[in-house]
Design a protein around this ligand. Structure first.
Ligand SMILES: NC(=O)c1ccc[n+]([C@@H]2O[C@H](COP(=O)([O-])OP(=O)(O)OC[C@H]3O[C@@H](n4cnc5c(N)ncnc54)[C@H](O)[C@@H]3O)[C@@H](O)[C@H]2O)c1
Length: 375
């Protein structure tokens, strides 16, 4: 075995890599703000997750001037915590009447969000939609088409892409540092049983749908243009779990000349772990840690291995990254990387996986076009 004296790291016999530590490449993995475009922003839906949205926007200096929630007390609470001079609304259509607002962030649940995205685009606003984007792929295409017809940008809040480790890995892949991707294996061990008795209990595939959408999305990013051929998934209830939906889920994804797997051990009360392994034709990249935020990345190329020291955390940089990318795309007159049309590929994987778990049979992504979320 090749062995690095310094780290004790070993790589298999015959591995085409020198076990030599080299300087990590500087990659643009951090969120990038627009140069001069500073639009007024409105937020529709002021629920639990919007604390992370607003914390990131305030730190980035974004100008949120309107907050809307059917439960106006929620909008008021966000106003007093983050943007004291913002106007609050209980009807999103009133917010959309404001000509000075150019960008709308929609953080309601998927069932009510579709109409709100449509209304926002018809009102001439650029939109950032929370995930999972839609429950029917056809609706997603219709919204993306509407955005194109109106010359507007429609992006999805797949904030995992800007989690520092995922962002570094996808940037390394996009810059060709590991060649063509041959495999991606992502595995998470954590305890999701906190959701017992909450609204999430009513979501049949809470792990594969609500949680794993970030992993379906990041695998789609890692794979670049490679299209998934088939998906096989299974789920199981763990003995002792209190939550209603199965907390154990796993997925195999086939590509022409590549493969991916996702493992979600959602009732791991001991030994939390979060692992990402990607191999390519000229290198590999790995990230390992006890949770989403504490991750150690190793990039392995023919010249040696490197350990980039990454700054930031998913829950901040992720939410900054998705909005920053939308704003940059508007400024630079291009599609955002997190554009809605491409996000439908990640959703197609997700829908195929949930159907596969229900049927105990492999499914073809794209053929399962919609999903029901409740039991
Ligand atoms: N990492 C992530 O990106 C992440 C994490 C958690 C949740 N989410 C997603 O964010 C979305 C919202 O999740 P949440 O946890 O904040 O839910 P939540 O239930 O806490 O919030 C939803 C909010 O929408 C409001 N609302 C409902 N109908 C409305 C309407 N017609 N107009 C305006 N407001 C309306 C509700 O009053 C509520 O305040 C979901 O799609 C969820 O999957 C994403």
């Amino acid at each position: 075995m090749a062995k690095s004296a310094k780290s004790g790291e070993t790589y298999g016999k015959g591995a085409e890599v020198k076990a030599r530590r080299i300087a990590a490449p500087e990659l643009p993995y951090r969120p990038r703000d627009p140069k001069t475009y500073h639009p007024l922003i409105g937020l529709i839906g002021c629920g639990g997750i919007t604390q992370s949205h607003l914390r990131a926007y305030r730190k980035a200096g974004y100008n949120v001037v309107a907050l809307c929630d059917v439960d106006i007390a929620r909008a008021e609470a966000r106003r007093s915590e983050f943007y004291p001079s913002a106007q609050v609304y209980s009807d999103h259509r009133e917010l959309l009447q404001r000509d000075d607002i150019e960008v709308v962030d929609i953080a309601t649940h998927a069932l009510v969000r579709r109409k709100q995205i449509q209304d926002s685009l018809l009102a001439g606003k650029h939109v950032l939609s929370q995930k999972p984007f839609v429950l029917d792929l056809a609706h997603g295409h219709q919204l993306a088409d509407l955005a194109d017809r109106k010359g507007l940008r429609l992006a999805v809040n797949q904030n995992g892409r800007w989690a520092p480790h995922f962002s570094y890995i996808r940037t390394a892949i996009a810059e060709g540092l590991i060649g063509q991707v041959l495999s991606a294996h992502l595995s998470v061990q954590w305890n999701h049983d906190w959701m017992a008795g909450t609204a999430f209990d009513s979501i049949k595939h809470v792990i594969l749908y609500d949680f794993a959408i970030h992993w379906f999305d990041i695998v789609t990013c890692f794979m670049g243009g490679q299209r998934a051929r088939r998906v096989f998934a299974s789920t199981a209830h763990a003995p002792g779990q209190r939550a209603k939906p199965p907390l154990l889920a796993q997925v195999l994804i086939e590509y022409d000349g590549a493969q991916a797997s996702l493992v979600f051990d959602g009732f791991a009360r001991y030994g939390p772990r979060d692992t990402t392994l990607v191999t390519g034709t000229t290198g590999a990249v790995q990230s390992i840690g006890p949770n989403l935020d504490k991750q150690a990345v190793t990039l392995i190329t023919p010249t040696g291995y490197s350990r980039p020291k990454l700054a930031g955390k998913w829950f901040h940089d992720g939410f900054h990254g998705t909005m920053a990318e939308l704003l940059c795309s508007i400024e630079e007159r291009r599609q955002p990387a997190n554009n809605a049309r491409e996000n439908l590929e990640s959703l197609a994987l997700c829908f195929a996986a949930t159907r596969s778990a229900d049927m105990s049979k492999p499914q073809f992504p794209g053929r399962i076009t919609r999903m029901a979320i409740t039991h």
